[in-house]
Unconditional design. Structure first.
Length: 601
């Protein structure tokens, strides 16, 4: 058993709350621009004083609507300016925020509303209103339903709440905020449900403050400063986006919000962020899109060579630095290739933070090599997002970093990662059985497998529940193979199969965005679908090559022997991916069981 701890270097006051920063900023730096709000295609400054005024007004509206201290208020919306305003207002009213992913189906919304016993629900638009229309009437305790965007001429949620609360005194909000204790629940975040019905993860104000403080006192502290910019585009229903947004806000960093990920590069160019928070799939997309464009334009060999140089140059930084020839190549490609990639991220992005899934060492080295270092971290909803992270001055690519201040990591005898510290949750909402299963003697059992090196850097090797045991008794962690395959420009998703089977197999899906370019480069009919070309020799050869590359990372017994290309991609709409793009293995096995069996037929 190995363990590594980092001392606590801050204190969370017993009467502290996650909304305190709103009023502290307003009192000490009222003109500080903390948010930029997108309106009519223009980014508008929003100062600390304006935020505090609006948060108070919305909180009064919640109080006038009958929201009492400790009540749960559900929020179903994409990432937008109103999200944190409502979040802060819910806390100011003494209530608890229950985020719901904007892509959630009616049954998922029904379960969250039922389990949390929410008294109010705020949705974003008409589509969400239709999703919840048949659900909301089932809960008599749900007395308030509002909509942020309206198309019928009625007031949106913000305006409606401000109007409702006009007669409530500001002192009522101050009284409720002052009554909050750090140990009080701040939010119930429901787990993605990859292995069963979602559980309400109860995070306290203390958890959120500890996460924010730990990030601020890490190597990221020099970047989280007034005047710096972060464009948040991940779902704020996800704990990672929420925690980093709060840390940035507390530090005085300017945050913008958008959920238009299809046009995210345009948004980068307009907003010009200093740092980016994302999940690995977005970084994979940036790389794959650039690679595909280069190949489509006949410049594929140049891009591939530039990518190899970036990786080699980055690796050299860990072994004494690059030599003269490598530095010269790197300088040349910086002008020819890397500069264009950095410009696509807005031109002044200094670094990026990645979480939610493994990034992969090669991709990490590639981005560091082009001048935008990605710092990978590890955490779960139960740890208020990151509990370990690589940071400026403390980075080892291929790992997920060291514990943040005050936290500890332990590797159990069976390889499971155990965690403790101020960011670790206190339990699941009204589910003592699940809580007791997850927390034992003060240590949270993650279900993930990993290792710690002598310096305290954590590496993730897989999940206990995802371990495949072949008929021959070989234990195989699928993540290594799957992560490498997803990095291929043509491959969207990969799932490794083979539990209780004689060998390891895989299902492969093709990236719809990369498909047209591949057709053109390989002289295929422009309108051909993946289903049309499942047996095409060129397609099979390309996937064969990707499989062979991935197999080099594992032993012969763990290697993929057979695979099938699926005619369609996994999506959140089919229930095969979570909102953070994790595989729902049980759903995929159910949907594609016949194809999996055919591998072994």
């Amino acid at each position: 058993m190995r363990e590594f701890s980092v001392p606590l270097n801050f204190a969370v006051p017993a009467d502290g709350s996650a909304v305190d920063a709103v009023h502290t900023h307003a009192a000490t730096t009222p003109n500080l621009v903390l948010f930029k709000r997108l309106a009519g295609g223009t980014w508008i400054d929003v100062t600390a004083a304006e935020i505090a005024e609006q948060v108070t007004a919305v909180a009064k509206g919640l109080i006038a609507s009958g929201v009492a201290p400790g009540d749960r208020v559900a929020l179903m919306s994409g990432t937008r300016y109103e999200w944190p305003i409502l979040d802060f207002a819910i806390w100011s009213a003494g209530a608890v925020t229950v985020p719901i992913y904007e892509t959630s189906a009616a049954d998922q919304v029904r379960w969250i509303l039922e389990d949390s016993a929410a008294v109010a629900l705020i949705v974003e638009n008409d589509g969400h209103a239709r999703t919840v229309a048949d659900v909301t009437g089932q809960f008599p305790g749900l007395h308030t339903v509002l909509q942020i965007e309206t198309t019928d001429g009625s007031a949106g949620a913000i305006a409606a709440l401000v109007e409702r609360g006009a007669e409530i005194a500001d002192d009522e909000v101050r009284s409720r905020t002052a009554a909050l204790q750090a140990s009080d629940p701040a939010t119930l975040i429901y787990t993605s449900g990859t292995t069963g019905r979602p559980k309400g993860c109860m995070l306290t104000h203390s958890n959120l403050i500890a996460e924010s403080q730990a990030i601020a006192t890490s190597g990221f502290g020099t970047l989280l400063q007034p005047g710096r910019r972060n464009l948040m585009f991940l779902p704020l229903a996800h704990v990672l986006a929420r925690a980093v947004s709060l840390a940035a806000f507390n530090a005085g960093t300017t945050v913008g919000h958008t959920s238009d990920t299809k046009n995210i590069l345009t948004a980068f160019g307009e907003f010009k962020p200093d740092f980016i928070l994302s999940v690995p799939r977005v970084f994979e997309k940036v790389y794959n899109t650039a690679s595909q464009k280069a190949h489509n334009d006949g410049k594929g060999k140049i891009f591939d060579l530039a990518a190899d140089v970036a990786v080699e140059w980055s690796r050299a930084q860990d072994t004494g630095g690059a030599g003269f020839v490598l530095n010269l190549k790197h300088t040349v490609f910086d002008k020819l290739v890397y500069g264009k990639l950095k410009a696509a991220l807005g031109g002044q992005c200094q670094l990026a933070i990645s979480g939610g899934a493994p990034l992969g060492a090669r991709l990490g080295h590639f981005f560091r090599g082009i001048g935008v270092t990605i710092y990978e971290g590890y955490g779960l909803t139960e740890t208020t997002a990151a509990i370990t992270v690589n940071s400026p001055g403390n980075q080892k690519i291929g790992t997920v970093g060291k514990p943040l201040a005050g936290n500890s990591v332990r590797i159990a005898d069976d390889g499971e990662i155990l965690l403790s510290g101020p960011v670790v949750f206190t339990g699941y909402w009204h589910n003592e059985t699940a809580t007791k299963e997850a927390i034992d003697d003060g240590w949270f059992h993650t279900g993930d497998l990993g290792s710690l090196d002598t310096e305290g850097y954590l590496s993730i090797t897989g999940r206990k529940k995802e371990i495949i045991v072949t008929a021959g008794g070989k234990n195989v962690a699928p993540a290594v193979l799957e992560d490498h395959l997803r990095a291929h420009p043509l491959i969207s998703q990969a799932i490794v199969v083979g539990d209780q089977k004689p060998f390891i197999g895989a299902l492969i899906t093709v990236d719809p965005e990369a498909w047209p370019g591949w057709l053109e480069r390989n002289s295929k009919p422009a309108g051909a679908t993946v289903e049309d070309l499942l047996a095409d020799a060129d397609l099979v050869a390309e996937v064969d090559s990707a499989i062979a590359d991935a197999n080099r990372l594992v032993s012969h017994a763990e290697a993929i022997k057979k695979y099938r290309i699926l005619p369609v991609d996994f999506t959140e709409e089919t229930g095969e991916l979570t909102p953070t793009l994790k595989l729902k293995r049980n759903v995929i096995h159910q949907n594609h069981g016949a194809v999996i069996e055919a591998i072994y037929g």
